[in-house]
Write a protein that binds this ligand. Structure first.
Ligand code: ADP
Ligand code: MG
Length: 753
């Protein structure tokens, strides 16, 4: 019994008045009427939650008992064996439960320091917080605290012990109104066990302690009949804990449970809850994929004549990887069901030509192709290379972006609607402006990462004829398991080889105090006939609210470089706020070698391809994200000349920025980079969750739970491919019904028909 353990461990506390009350109350249970809850019951019927609190909880997404039970502790505290102050030894991590004696703020040379003295009987212990002014009114004498932290010897008194910045929680407040009859038992939730710690809610009014009580109460009154939506065969494959037990043990771990496993969400209870969430996600994706497969697509013909047409456009020998990927695409395109394929390839791996090859197949079959790019610059560049590569073969290509004049747009739209235009290249204007195709056969989405999944579907729905094939290309290599989820309904092809003749980019990091040397180096490369990018984090100055410091900005530096540093060179400026004719003009001049130094912002991040540019200088490199820097760097190293990336830092470099810069210097491998970026930022930020159409998880974490994700995917596939001898039709129906009623709303991504 936890209460007994606690009582034994705290004999020395028995003298306090609080302790007496606790024991008098004992484990008696009040004879109050108990409402039996099920998972769908509204939280306001949980003991301790009234209608007002229910409203507060609703803002946190907690409306039902089930929601409440999914509100898992974000960490646990080992209060199994709280220590008497007299037994503490310097150097150990310890939990201490003691009473507040005195507290106050005093000045030190290092700043204000908050000091708290707690006691058990005549023994006392000091706790210190540097810059602890915020704690000034936090403590009152007589409060009972649970504290956890590292015990140290005090610098001042001999033999005096202290804990610096302990984690703490107020267990009992002498001013609190009298507790109800259950209070004795509820107190045992606080110590003598591994204690769940919850995020507070309602501006701190709903404390961790509050959540312990109400969740404990909810579990106590929860009906025993909780159906398990996961089919028995899956449960036995994965060896899953039963659902009710999982809820209960995730909040209130068994005494023998490993603390480490709990902290890392790897207890059996956690695994069960996480698996369930991922299983239903994967099930939804699997169904969607099946539904897509069942739709009527276009079975493209790929015969000798088409193959000849492809060969005719190729300006170089494709790499083995390009051939393999084209093979995968061809196999899909021949199928009567629509292609949904993701092409991943690091920057510079040569995705464009593969896309053009696919386009040739569709066009040779009498269909139209739409190629969408995330920026006008990139769309324009694709248009220019499409004309270079495809127009010789007589294909009719048009460019449609937001900045095209109305009259011209109308004309282009007419061309598209009449089927004259065979390859339509554009930005999202293609989706937004009601473009109708005569016979759309293939949609290519370049640099998917910037688009978001949902837009992809909108464009696909433009036609009510057969579903066009879709090829999505991304230069942000996403770890496979994550691609399975983010693009769970897509098949994945990987271009894992760079075209021949590339020399690896040399990346160096320097402080901008050495700018002169850097400029001299740039000048030398240009004298050798090459071109340079110089990239800034902002367009104009005073844009950095964060540091209050001025960042060097593209416009100002353009002037500086053009007038002083590179006065004898042809310097161009490119940034997102320029109008698109000007952008175009600069880009064209850079492409033609007329502009030698291009000063720009991150607008060049995606896709820009000028092989003669072999040097990139990034100023304030400490301000850029890791994947972003890698994308930027991908603009160089595209030709046969050796390429250089100089990361200049200006000002303070945070520890995370250090890690990013180190990674950039030490590797050119996009997969490694995105893996590290994912770790540094977490999946939410990495993917830009909402925009990317990524679901919000309640317990799962894609980074931590990759293995479970793989497992969930396999099990989901087993279910949708049923029935099997150990999985009946009725069981499948059951699980699908649960998917519809419980998970559809949660994952917009998962549309279940
Ligand atoms: P990304 O995958 O980043 O979109 P691109 O398609 O822009 O890469 O290709 C990068 C550069 O490599 C381009 O200049 C392209 O012409 C060139 N390239 C692509 N494939 C080959 C190849 N097989 N042999 C030689 N050069 C190639
Ligand atoms: Mg590209």
């Amino acid at each position: 019994m936890p209460s007994t353990t606690a009582a034994n461990a705290f004999n020395h506390l028995r003298s306090t008045s609080y302790w007496k009350t606790w024991h008098v109350a004992g484990l008696l249970r009040g004879a109050t009427f108990v409402f039996v809850l099920d998972l769908s019951t509204s939280v306001q019927y949980v003991k301790g939650i009234g209608p007002r609190t229910a409203e507060t909880l609703a803002t946190k997404g907690i409306s039902t008992v089930e929601d409440l039970l999914y509100y898992l502790p974000f960490r646990y505290e080992d209060r199994l064996n709280p220590r008497g102050i007299g037994e503490l030894r310097p150097g150990e991590m310890a939990s201490v439960v003691a009473e507040v004696r005195t507290s106050g703020l005093f000045r030190t040379r290092a700043g204000p320091m908050f000091q708290l003295t707690v006691g058990q009987g005549h023994q006392t212990l000091k706790c210190l917080w540097f810059h602890g002014a915020y704690l000034k009114d936090r403590f009152k004498p007589g409060q009972l605290l649970a504290m956890y932290g590292k015990v140290e010897e005090s610098k001042f008194g001999r033999r005096e012990l202290q804990i610096i910045q302990p984690q703490f929680e107020v267990l009992h407040d002498p001013d609190e109104p009298a507790e109800d009859a259950d209070s004795g038992k509820l107190k045992t939730l606080e110590i003598g066990r591994i204690v769940p710690i919850y995020e507070t809610a309602g501006n701190g009014k709903l404390t961790s302690k509050y959540f312990r009580r109400v969740i404990y109460g909810a579990l106590e009154n929860l009906t025993d009949e909780i159906p398990d939506p996961i089919p028995p065969v899956t449960r036995s494959h994965v060896d899953l804990l039963e659902r009710r037990a999982a809820f209960s043990k995730a909040h209130w771990p068994d005494e023998g449970e490993s603390f480490t496993r709990l902290q890392s969400a790897r207890s059996a209870a956690h695994i069960r809850l996480i698996f369930e969430e991922l299983f239903f996600l994967e099930l939804g994706l699997e169904l969607k994929r099946r539904k897509m497969r069942a739709q009527a697509g276009i079975p493209f013909r790929v015969d000798d004549q088409v193959r000849e047409a492809i060969k005719r456009i190729l300006p170089f020998h494709p790499t083995a990887a390009q051939k393999r990927v084209l093979g995968e695409i061809v196999a899909d395109m021949k199928q009567p069901s629509p292609m949904r394929r993701l092409l991943q390839g690091d920057v510079g791996s040569g995705k464009t030509i593969v896309a053009f090859e696919a386009a040739v197949i569709a066009i040779e079959n009498g269909y139209q192709v739409a190629l969408m790019a995330p920026t006008e610059i990139l769309a324009t560049q694709h248009y220019l290379s499409a004309r270079r590569i495809l127009e010789g073969a007589g294909y009719r290509i048009v460019l449609l972006t937001g900045s095209v004049e109305q009259d011209r747009k109308r004309e282009i739209r007419r061309h598209i609607a009449q089927g004259n235009a065979q390859l339509v290249i554009g930005t999202h204007a293609l989706i937004q402006e009601g473009v109708e195709f005569d016979a759309l056969g293939l949609v290519i989405v370049d640099e998917q990462h910037r688009f978001g999944v949902m837009q992809r579907f909108k464009l696909m729905k433009k036609t009510d004829a057969a579903e066009p094939d879709v090829l999505v290309m991304t230069a942000t290599p996403i770890p496979r398991t994550l691609a399975l989820t983010l693009y769970g309904d897509l098949d994945v092809s990987i271009l894992n080889e760079l075209p021949p003749g590339r020399t690896p980019i040399v990346t160096r990091r320097v402080s901008d105090e050495r700018a002169d040397e850097v400029w001299a180096f740039v000048r030398k490369q240009i004298a050798a006939g090459h071109q340079a990018y110089i990239v800034y984090p902002v367009i104009e100055e005073n844009e950095d609210a964060e540091s209050g410091k001025q960042l060097k900005a593209a416009m100002k530096m353009y002037d500086e470089l053009r007038k002083n540093v590179f006065a004898d060179l042809r310097v161009g400026l490119l940034h997102g706020r320029m109008d698109s004719d000007d952008k175009d003009a600069v880009m064209r001049r850079f492409q033609a070698g007329d502009v030698q130094v291009l000063v720009s912002t991150t607008v060049i991040e995606v896709g820009v391809d000028v092989p003669n540019a072999n040097i990139m200088v990034v100023e304030h490199a400490e301000r850029f994200g890791l994947s972003q820097m890698h994308q930027l760097r991908g603009r160089i190293g595209r030709g046969s000349a050796k390429s250089f990336c100089v990361l200049m830092t200006g000002g303070k470099v945070s520890p995370e920025a250090e890690q990013r810069l180190d990674a950039m210097v030490s590797t050119n491998d996009g997969f490694q980079i995105s893996e590290l970026d994912l770790q540094l930022r977490g999946p939410g930020e990495f993917f830009g969750t909402k925009q990317a159409g990524m679901p919000d998880f309640r317990v799962a974490n894609l980074l931590r739970d990759r293995e479970l994700l793989e497992l969930a995917k396999r099990e989901a596939a087993y279910v949708t491919s049923g029935p099997h001898p150990d999985l009946s039709e009725a069981e499948i129906k059951n699980v699908l019904t649960h998917l519809r009623t419980h998970w559809n709303r949660r994952y917009g991504l998962v549309e279940v028909g």
